[in-house]
Design a protein around this ligand. Structure first.
Ligand SMILES: [Zn+2]
Ligand SMILES: [Zn+2]
Length: 115
């Protein structure tokens, strides 16, 4: 796991797309395909299964056990986690920096006016 991550960082031409085993029939699929696959073949499944995505992603819940796996997929995995999280963090940091900077400017202006 760590080795493949290092590889991605050092060699930008290698892009590893994680594959997940379908919890119903064990075939290996990409995250996007897993949703389509489950909707097509396992729509009527009522077995409770562990979510293979939650088990593998960092920060995911390895004990994620869902009686309605397709619903879980739709709620939790309709986007790529990494993209979603990155965008939000970047935005938050940007907003924080802007707020911080305008606050500093405000303090500086007020300070220079009063002296
Ligand atoms: Zn399957
Ligand atoms: Zn999940």
């Amino acid at each position: 796991m760590f080795f493949s991550k290092q590889k991605v960082i050092h060699n930008h031409t290698i892009f590893v797309i994680p594959r997940y085993a379908c919890p119903f029939c064990q075939c290996e699929l990409h995250e996007d395909d897993l949703m389509d696959h489950c909707l097509t073949y396992h729509r009527t499944e009522r077995r409770a299964v562990y979510c293979p995505i939650c088990r593998l992603i960092p920060g995911g819940d390895p004990s994620c056990f869902s009686r309605n796996f397709i619903r879980h997929l739709q709620l939790r995995h309709t986007f790529y986690h990494e993209d979603y999280i990155d965008i939000n963090i970047v935005e938050e940091v940007l907003i924080e920096n802007v707020l911080h900077q305008s606050f500093l400017e405000y303090v500086q202006v007020n300070h220079s006016n009063s002296t």
